[in-house]
Design a protein around this ligand. Structure first.
Ligand code: ZN
Length: 216
């Protein structure tokens, strides 16, 4: 089964992705992680990505699609949760054509929605484990010991791009570039709406129930 998590930064989809991959055999295909891994492994693609990064340009969708194709080629038999890609309608079109060419398809697009004002409040409390990448929140999902990861004992850090100003910019970009994907996938009857203002546990149940229903 292939699913996509679509939603603004700070809507809680990272936490939900973590729940899903821990409790099921879903593989999380996070493009941010893939980009960092390619650069670290110094592959040809990694070198291209690194020069884009150092020139401050956005990584273009074609390169990201290449990485996604590599993963689907090697791990495609598993259930995959796509996270962070596609990000634009043109990427979604290319991604759809690729999936079709390998006889695969998306089974569901989980569309998370949350008001911008609440996103700004949420993100300012967010922390990530420097070691295992687990996500915490000062108010809604605090660690047992302040500043320390429950799972691995790693140090919890705030992302530098989690300041209010940079979050506002990311939200503008989301509304402009990524939100139109919702309409795109609605036309394919793939959208399952998630009200991300609900408690984390309720969102978790909703996602798990939907996935169970699709697997039948
Ligand atoms: Zn950790």
């Amino acid at each position: 089964m292939y699913v996509l998590f679509l939603g603004p930064p700070g809507c809680g989809k990272g936490t939900q992705a973590q729940y899903l991959t821990e409790a099921t055999d879903f593989l999380q295909l996070s493009t941010g992680d893939l980009i960092r891994a390619e650069i670290k492994a110094k592959t040809e693609l990694g070198k291209q990505l690194e020069s884009l990064y150092s020139s401050g340009k956005l990584v273009d969708g074609g390169l990201v699609l290449k990485m996604v194709q590599k993963v689907v080629a090697s791990e495609g038999a598993k259930s995959i949760l796509f996270d962070g890609f596609p990000r634009t309608v043109s990427q979604a079109t290319a991604f759809g054509e690729f999936l079709q060419s390998v006889n695969k398809k998306l089974d569901c697009v989980f569309s998370f929605s949350l008001a911008d004002s609440e996103i700004l409040d949420r993100i300012s409390g967010r922390m990530t484990c420097a070691d295992c990448k687990a996500v915490y929140h000062a108010k809604t999902n605090p660690p047992k010991n302040e500043g320390i990861c429950d799972k691995c004992g790693g140090e919890l850090v705030k992302r530098t791009d989690d300041s209010r100003e940079s979050v506002k910019l990311r939200l503008e970009e989301y509304h402009r570039e990524t939100e139109p994907l919702k309409e795109f996938y609605k036309k394919e009857n793939l959208v399952y709406e998630i009200d991300a203002s609900q408690p984390i546990e309720m969102v978790r149940k909703q996602i798990f129930n939907k996935i169970e229903a699709i697997s039948k």
